[in-house]
Design a protein around this ligand. Structure first.
Ligand code: FES
Length: 116
């Protein structure tokens, strides 16, 4: 297997059903807290078996109310993320397919069309 094929496989490009991005700060949250949350997100995604890619982001330009997590393909933005909140987002949205509406601060699926 060549390096590119191996990388695509490791990243789960072909099998991912969702992609999670977590802002690591520094302005919407404390970077050290975001790092702890990031490790938790990785652990919980792995343990749950969710077909979800996860990626660190370095500022979404919101810069308040974080840490921010955005879940694609729905494009749901969750602020003030905590371990407990992430467990619910993982169960209901990432695994269950139903966004946690009460915590969805904004939604934009980036489908190339204007949102209603
Ligand atoms: S630092 Fe998180 S949105 Fe800017």
């Amino acid at each position: 297997m060549d390096a590119l094929t191996a990388g695509l496989k490791k990243a789960a490009i072909a099998s991912a059903q969702r992609h999670l991005f977590l802002c690591m700060g520094p302005d919407c949250c404390v970077p050290a807290d975001a790092e702890i949350l990031w490790e938790y997100v990785k652990q919980r995604v792995r343990e749950s078996g969710a077909q979800a890619m996860r990626t660190k982001a370095q500022c979404f330009r919101i810069c308040t109310g974080g840490p921010w997590v955005v879940v694609y393909p729905e494009g749901v933005w969750y602020g003030e993320m905590t371990k407990a909140r992430f467990d619910r987002v993982l169960a209901e949205h990432v695994l269950g397919g139903v966004p946690v509406a009460e915590w969805a601060v904004a939604t934009n699926a980036l489908c190339g069309q204007k949102q209603a």
